[in-house]
Every structure is written in C-alpha cells, then in structure tokens.
Design a protein around this ligand. Sequence first.
Ligand code: AHM
Ligand code: MG
Length: 341
Amino acid sequence: MKIKPYIHNESSLAYSVGETLDRFIKKKQDDFTYASGELSQLLRDIALATKIVNRETNRAGLANIGGAFGQTNVQGEEQQKLDVIANIRFTRALTKGGEVCAVVSEEDDEVIDLQNSSGKYVVAIDPLDGSSNIDVNISIGTIFSIYRRVTPIGSPIQLEDIMQPGNKQVAAGYVLYGSSTMLVYTTGCGVNGFTYEQSLGEFFLSHPDMKAPNDGKVFSINEGGYNQFDQGLKNYLKVCKEREYSARYIGSLVADFHRNLLKGGIYIYPSNPKNPNGKLRLLYEANALAFIAEQAGASATDGENRILDIQPTSLHQRTPLFIGSSVMVKEAMSYLAKEKV
Ligand code: AHM
Ligand code: MG
C-alpha cells in the first residue's frame, strides 16, 4: 500500500470557502487550556438562532410577519411581530443549549429563569434592535452580552447574577441583518466578523481581528432632538459641521455602530430633559457594543464615564451613549465637560 501526505491545493477550480464560524469558535477554544467548551456551545446556539431570525427577516414581507404585534413591551414601545419571533427564537435556542441559566431581554419585563440552575452563564439580549425599520426594509440587528453567573452553579439564580457591570462580560456580539448578514463577536481577545453565506447556511470569517480607526469624519445622531441637547453637545456638533464631517444616521444602532467601527465615526444618543438617561438600554444594548468597541480600539462612554464601569441598578436601565473612534469620543466629552463647570 502506498500512502502519501495530503498537500493542500489552493486550486482556482475549487477555491477555499474560508473558515466557518464553528471551526473558528472551536479553534479559539483550543487556544485556552482552561476553556471548557460551554461558552463555545453557547455561541453556537446564538449563531443557530441568528440563522433562523435571518430567514424570518428575509421573508417578513411575504409571510405576514411584518408589522405590529399589537402589544407594547415593558418600555411602552410597540412590539413588532418580528421582535416577538426573534425573542422566542433566541430564548428557545438558549434554553435547549443548556449552558444558560437566565436571560434578560428587551422584550420581557422580568428576568427569564430558564429553569436550568446548572447553566454557568447569563445572557442579556436585544433580540431585534431597530425594529421600527423592519417594515421599510432597512438594516436591523441583534445585540447580546454573556456573563458568567456569580452565585454557585446549581443554586437558584439571583439578581447579582444579572446586575453585573459590562466589564464582567465574558463575550458579546451583534448581528447585522443588512445587505449581507454579519455576526461580529468578542470573547475579550479582539473582535472578529463573520458573513453569512446563504446557500451554504454558514457564517464565514470575513473580517478577522477588526480594528476601528482611531479618528473619523462621521457623526451619527438623531438631530431631531437638537433643541433639547446640552450646550456642550450643540458646540461639538457645530465643530463637526465646521469641519464638514458627514452626518450618517439610519436609526438602527447596530448598523450605525458597525459602519462607524469599520470606517471611523461617532454614534451619539444623548440624554435630554425628558429622558435624562437617553433611550438606549445599558444591559442589552450599550454594554455589548462598548465591549466590542474597546476590543477594536474604540471607546464608549455615557458622556462622562466608561460604559463598561457603570454598575447597573435596574434591568431595563437606560444610558446616554457616546461610542466610536476614540479621538472623537474624547473630543465630544471635552465639549460636554466645558459646559458643566
Ligand atoms: P429599539 O430597541 O426599540 O429598536 O430602539 C433602539 C433604537 C436604536 O437601534 C436606534 O439607534 C435608536 O433606537 C433610534 O432612536 P430614534 O428614533 O429616537 O433616533
Ligand atoms: Mg433595542
């Protein structure tokens, strides 16, 4: 019998399709001798739910699953049918995967105890962010944070398992259902982005080791609320305009954040007298994106403090958000500070 070694053949007749998310997760797990595989399984569970939600969003216009569901969530916002569907899909995937003991979701007023006290992890999730954009075919997203529970495994979950500051996240990510669907995540060792290949039903590594430009020329803010902005923010926006920066705002946090992460820019959702903490939620919107931003070399603050150091005090707590290229975030904060003295 003759045996010959396999020689990798990069033929143009059968080009390599690249590295799948599954293989990447497995490889990263092998890099850490102490990793037990549960976090890897959890990330795969999220990826599976993502594929299903991607399918649902793609056919929303055909399947009578666009439009309002007819109920409001705990924040008093009208739920879309796809908000509800995505919430079910993610919660179900996390329940079946068995690694998670509790879920905090934008769509549920209370913590969901998955009745799996042996699960090591807690997940905070906005299953479908920017959902007012669904019916007009504009990019939407999913945002998730993963924490290790702090109380003993096997015991009932406690509030302290949930109310952890963002600096305790073990992983975080987002999915952008855009012109292509992308999943971007970090486990605290850099940020990697994967693009969904519909015909193969797989995510492939397309954006390895993502790094945000240190500075940028894009500002993303809903200027409809301008009259209510603090003077410091008004001054910063004036400077952006004097420098002829581009204004880009689609009203989908994930899409606005993703563009600025790749191209350089700042996303701002400020406080105003009516909403002193802005609109965005700390636990399942700001924290995950702040973790990713920092891992990519960008920054995230509430205008004064690092987002990741804010100790949450309530489940659906809101926070102002200044996130993006570090130089821009720093400059915006200095304008705010000048008006506060
Ligand atoms: P949602 O979680 O109800 O979808 O709200 C969050 C969204 C963000 O995606 C987006 O950046 C922001 O709300 C837009 O708000 P506004 O319409 O006030 O500009
Ligand atoms: Mg949201």
